[in-house]
Write a protein that binds this ligand. Structure first.
Ligand SMILES: Cc1cc2nc3c(=O)[nH]c(=O)nc-3n(C[C@H](O)[C@H](O)[C@H](O)COP(=O)(O)OP(=O)(O)OC[C@H]3O[C@@H](n4cnc5c(N)ncnc54)[C@H](O)[C@@H]3O)c2cc1C
Length: 451
């Protein structure tokens, strides 16, 4: 087994107990298992947004003969269970670091691609009549401490100056009125791009659009072995196999690193957790003056992300836990419930109806990794969206389809910031320890700031 967390995280046979699964997923097994020995041109491994976008664009734009294999039900993992923020950017590097490493022009191309991803997602939604509870306008970043306000203001000014993304700054008192009150609200940046959605509803609509375009989707088809003979790839599942000329690896935080050695040790999967409250009344929302449906992240290094959902529940998310077993999940749930009540004291006794989690992926470069292998150009990949994947997955899937079908035309143009295979993380078997150290360091920095 080539995955780093406890096996409870990889229970492909059962849907996660998310609010989305409970309310938006009446028929989760609507794509047949792979059976028998089959052949095609392209196989995509992974039925999240990256895989579906690749299959959709391959089938729709190029009429490709493409099959998609998903270990759980299609949409089982992060794409179908995330917070539904459509936002940017998919990197942990600051603008200064990006400029230094890639130059201003390539950084601009990267941000252009990030915005393009948001618009692409929205256009797919519209073209295919996908009703996925689109809500809010843009995104907010809230200063969680008075010291963080200046940094956020500068970030907003840079987004506007360099990347033409419209932003506005709201001092605490103003945001108290238009956004919300909180013990961790000291002003907010609004950026015009993005919105919120129900990710599982979008995913099911997107998968259906890929299916209608001619892609063949298979649920419950975990690839357990990958062989290469006479230049062709053979992917084997419990119930069948498929031979293909090209393979796309779209497995992000659930990648089995024992399947293909090129992907081993290059991803740092991090657990992200979500709680959702029971439905609240308007009077209860008034208590925190919570007005907006626009998604919000705060400025903590280990950030809290939250939003008021259109059906009047609160969704609240946080990163943490480096074990992954069910016992640690229960601890995480109660820690988050406590922190939610501290950030929004008027809601400290509101019942939490749902808790779930999944993985996001960081890379050693702190940027996404998209392309095909130098050693075997018939293997394509895209991963490492640093927790902001909803826009990038859809964009990168499209780029992979172009790379597969138009690599000779020179038109593919993947921005340098995300092009190529991410370097290996040194001593990858220590990854969970690096993460533990990072969590400890960030927590300590926050404690020192409070003193
Ligand atoms: C709790 C949480 C909240 C998040 N919130 C947001 C947010 O609000 N906004 C945002 O932009 N991003 C968010 N993210 C990140 C975002 O969900 C991911 O970046 C994105 O979904 C990645 O999509 P993907 O298709 O690459 O991977 P996934 O959606 O994880 O799909 C990969 C698929 O590969 C399958 N797979 C793995 N191995 C095999 C195999 N051997 N055979 C067959 N199938 C296999 C898995 O079952 C899985 O379904 C969040 C993530 C989490 C976990």
């Amino acid at each position: 087994m080539g995955r780093i967390y406890h096996k409870d995280i990889y229970d492909f046979d059962n849907p996660v107990k998310s609010y989305w699964e409970e309310t938006s997923h009446p028929n989760q097994d609507n794509y047949p298992k792979l059976n028998g020995d089959q052949k095609c041109d392209v196989v995509v491994i992974g039925g999240g947004f990256t895989g579906i976008s690749t299959a959709y664009h391959l089938a729709k734009k190029y009429g490709s003969d493409v099959h998609l294999l998903e270990a759980g039900h299609v949409g089982w993992a992060s794409s179908g269970r995330n917070a539904g923020f459509v936002c940017l950017p998919s990197t942990k590097l600051s603008n200064k670091q990006l400029f230094k490493k890639y130059g201003i022009e390539e950084t601009k191309k990267f941000f252009q691609a990030q915005v393009e991803g948001i618009h692409l997602l929205e256009s797919i939604m519209q073209e295919n009549n996908i009703d996925c509870e689109k809500a809010g306008r843009g995104n907010y970043d809230v200063a969680h401490h008075p010291d963080s306000a200046d940094g956020l203001k500068v970030w907003g000014e840079e987004l506007q100056k360099y990347f033409n993304i419209k932003t506005s700054w709201f001092p605490k008192e103003e945001f108290d009125q238009i956004g919300h009150k909180s013990t961790e609200q000291f002003g907010a940046i609004h950026m015009d791009e993005g919105f919120a959605m129900n990710p599982l509803k979008f995913l099911m609509g997107f998968a259906n659009a890929a299916h209608l375009a001619g892609a063949k989707l298979h649920g419950h088809s975990n690839v357990i072995k990958w062989e290469k003979n006479d230049g062709r790839h053979k992917l084997i599942t419990k119930d069948g196999s498929i031979t293909a000329n090209k393979v796309v690896v779209a497995t992000n935080g659930y990648t089995d690193e024992s399947l293909h050695k090129s992907f081993s040790g290059r991803m740092m999967p991090v657990l992200s957790n979500i709680i959702v409250t029971r439905e609240m009344t308007e009077d209860e929302f008034e208590l925190q003056n919570f007005k907006t449906l626009t998604p919000i992240c705060n400025s903590r290094e280990l950030l809290f992300y939250y939003r008021r959902m259109p059906n009047n529940r609160m969704l609240f998310g946080a990163r943490g836990d480096t074990y992954g077993d069910n016992e640690s999940a229960a601890k995480m749930r109660s820690w988050m419930t406590k922190r939610f009540g501290q950030v929004f004291p008027e809601w400290n006794s509101v019942d939490i109806s749902h808790y779930w989690r999944g993985t996001v992926v960081m890379t050693r470069d702190f940027t996404p990794s998209v392309g095909n292998l130098e050693k075997d150009p018939s293997v394509y990949f895209s991963f490492g969206y640093h927790a902001n994947g909803n826009n990038s997955t859809v964009y990168c899937g499209k780029k992979l389809a172009e790379l597969i079908c138009e690599s000779n035309s020179g038109n593919v143009n993947i921005p340098a910031v995300m092009s190529g295979l991410a370097p290996k993380i040194p001593f990858p078997f220590l990854r969970l320890w690096y993460l533990r150290f990072m969590l400890w360091y960030y927590n300590l920095s926050e404690i020192r700031r409070e003193l």
